[in-house]
Design a protein around this ligand. Structure first.
Ligand code: IPM
Ligand code: MG
Length: 381
């Protein structure tokens, strides 16, 4: 790469980040769902097992929210186009017409979407998840993990729009010998995720926030995140604050003497990606976890696992476990203020997968189908 080209590339990157900072500063308030009628929920099936588990979650929601639907408080809209075939054809992570449909909703419930990898049959387009988080500015990735019998009740607040992700496809190889990637932390971006975490810790009564970085090594960006965390912590004197480096934090999540002390964990994008998979594994695997992607204007709720194309190829899609999507639906109901309905679904799910376990999903013919499972959940609501 010539020096001139390099300078241009760097200038473009820096300008785009300053523009993003300006936009973040303009958007101050969260949308108020209490006065919003109807709340429009977009259902995005996605790829692989996605459309199956989305459909069964929708069936449950239709029963749960019958009155609200009839009263016109909430409307469900199916968005079909976010498939790998369409995305590859449009050569876009989210085709323009699909993005328009998405932006016409208030909140989204989304199945997993396939991300092409080097060497597979798809052209290499950007991940639809990463694009959606950026396009809708969904800066808070909230991932709860609970193992009641061990006292584990964690809520991860993963920064979702910057860090190593934002310029993930704009790294440079200067020649065959040297490649460089970029990671970005802004004061504004750190501030908003940290505030969201502290706010939640204080309102939920959890009263403890742990920030996770590698600020001893990644000094500029992680240093900034940690510095900002300490500033916000001072605004919440009733919330206990501490900070850990990501390596030892990964270990401490496995320390049975210590781990029940953690409550709300706030961290930059990549560390959040990694630690939330580790944490979900303790709860029974990534298939059991739901995830909220929240911004000031939009919010998207999804399962944290992949699209499991092999299950579809082997004719096992009807046996896919919809409980992660249903957990995501619980988070959605909470987010839009349907608190009672959220509790109703959440305790039916706890009953179905933790306590009673009368209908078991194995992902194969020896287990229940997603349909049987969702009927079971409905019977427990
Ligand atoms: C997640 C996933 C995504 C991520 C992928 C699918 C792009 O691993 O939501 O944690 O890396 O953020
Ligand atoms: Mg991940």
């Amino acid at each position: 790469m010539s020096t001139e080209k390099l300078e241009k590339h760097m200038k473009k990157i820096i300008d785009s980040q300053y523009q993003r900072i300006e936009k973040m500063k303009e958007e101050k308030d969260f949308i108020d769902y209490t006065t919003l009628r109807p709340i429009v929920v977009g259902l995005i099936g996605g790829d692989g097992i996605g459309p199956y588990i989305t459909e069964h979650t929708y069936q449950v929601l239709k029963v749960l929210l019958q009155e609200e639907i009839n009263a016109g408080k909430i409307v469900f809209r199916t968005i079909d186009g976010l498939t790998i075939e369409n995305r590859v054809q449009a050569e876009k992570a989210i085709p323009d017409d699909v993005l328009q449909e998405i932006k016409a909703c208030h909140v989204l419930l989304k199945g997993p979407t396939t991300t092409p990898r080097a060497g597979d049959k798809w052209k290499n387009i950007e991940s639809a998840n990463v694009a959606m988080r950026r396009e809708l500015d969904l800066f808070a990735n909230i991932r709860p993990v609970r193992v009641p019998e061990e006292g584990i009740d964690w809520v991860f607040y993963r920064e979702n729009t910057e860090g190593s992700y934002i310029l993930g496809s704009q790294g440079i190889c200067l020649d065959d010998e040297l490649c460089i990637d970029f990671t970005v932390t802004t004061k504004e971006g750190s501030d908003r995720i940290l505030r969201a975490a502290f706010d939640y810790a204080s309102k939920s009564g959890k009263n403890r926030v742990t920030a996770v970085t590698k600020a001893n090594i990644i000094k500029a960006t992680d240093g900034k995140f940690l510095e900002q965390a300490k500033i916000i912590a001072k605004e919440y004197p009733a919330v206990v604050f501490d900070d850990w480096y990501v390596d030892i934090m990964a270990a401490k999540l496995l320390d049975t003497k210590r781990r029940d002390q953690f409550k709300v964990i706030v961290l930059p994008n990549l560390y959040g990606d990694i630690l939330t998979d580790e944490a979900a594994e303790l709860q029974g695997g990534v298939g059991t976890a739901g995830s909220a992607n929240v911004g000031k204007k939009y919010a998207m709720f999804e399962a944290i696992h992949g699209s499991a194309p092999r299950m579809v190829e082997e004719g096992r899609a009807a046996y896919a476990d919809p409980s992660s999507m249903m957990r995501a639906a619980v988070m959605m109901l909470e987010h839009i203020g349907f608190t009672q309905k959220a509790k109703q679904l959440s305790s039916a799910l706890d009953q179905a997968v933790i306590f009673e376990k009368k209908v078991k999903i194995t992902g194969r013919e020896d287990g229940a189908t997603s349909e049987e499972f969702s009927e079971y959940v409905m019977s427990l609501m």
